[in-house]
Design a protein around this ligand. Structure first.
Ligand SMILES: [Zn+2]
Length: 216
């Protein structure tokens, strides 16, 4: 889900309060984010419509399953970024946290997976906080959005015609695992492999193929 930085900050604030067993009431969230309560209420309404939270005046805002997934992906990004900046660039606080606060909103799911892999899947960040597990596996991408060398599982192939037959004839089927080996000039074609055979996929076809990223 494409959420704004402001929406993401609310989601994180609600998640953090929940971790502390505190209710995310309007006034509490307003104090954390340094905004006025009516602003919080407007955002609570917006996030409710998006299915990110449920809101009740007495209970405060509560993350839905989708909201929790969004929050954990953000926290995961923040903590992996801090781990990366500390171990590779030896960056210290307060810069470490400040940079992670900014980068967590813009870094792609693909890049954070690369960083996770580079760091050999750490379970804690430099502060000893647990890094939430990836939920990336649940997110669907079109094939052309996947970076080379990232393993993915096919969810859906083109529904009809030559393209459907091409997939079936080549065992490029839902449930099977592949990765992109090469991208042609101007992203016009993709060479994919399951480490046994190689298959060329046109950009037109790649847009109709839905996949999820495989997390080891
Ligand atoms: Zn931090």
């Amino acid at each position: 889900m494409d959420l704004s930085r402001t929406q993401q900050d609310y989601i994180k604030a609600i998640w953090n309060l929940d971790q502390l067993d505190k209710k995310a009431k309007m006034k509490v969230v307003a104090d954390i984010l340094l905004v006025k309560p009516p602003t919080v209420l407007a955002m609570f309404r917006q996030l409710s419509k998006l299915g990110i939270i449920s809101y009740d005046k007495r209970e405060g805002a509560k993350l839905t399953v989708a909201g929790r997934g969004e929050a954990e992906q953000l926290i995961r990004k923040h903590r992996l970024i801090e781990t990366f900046l500390r171990s590779v660039l030896k960056i210290e606080e307060p810069l470490l946290h400040d940079e992670a606060e900014k980068l967590e909103h813009v870094i792609s799911d693909q890049l954070i997976m690369k960083i996770d892999e580079y760091l050999n899947y750490p379970s804690t960040d430099p502060h000893g906080s647990i890094i939430p597990l990836s939920r990336v596996g649940d997110i669907q991408y079109a094939l052309h959005e996947v970076e080379p060398d990232i393993p993915f599982k096919i969810i859906q192939i083109p529904m009809a015609g030559k393209e459907k037959n091409y997939c079936i004839d080549n065992d490029f089927l839902p449930g099977s695992e592949w990765k992109i080996k090469n991208v042609g000039p101007k992203n016009e074609s993709f060479l994919v492999t399951n480490s046994e055979v190689y298959l060329a996929i046109s950009d037109h076809m790649a847009e109709k193929i839905k996949v999820t990223i495989i997390r080891r």
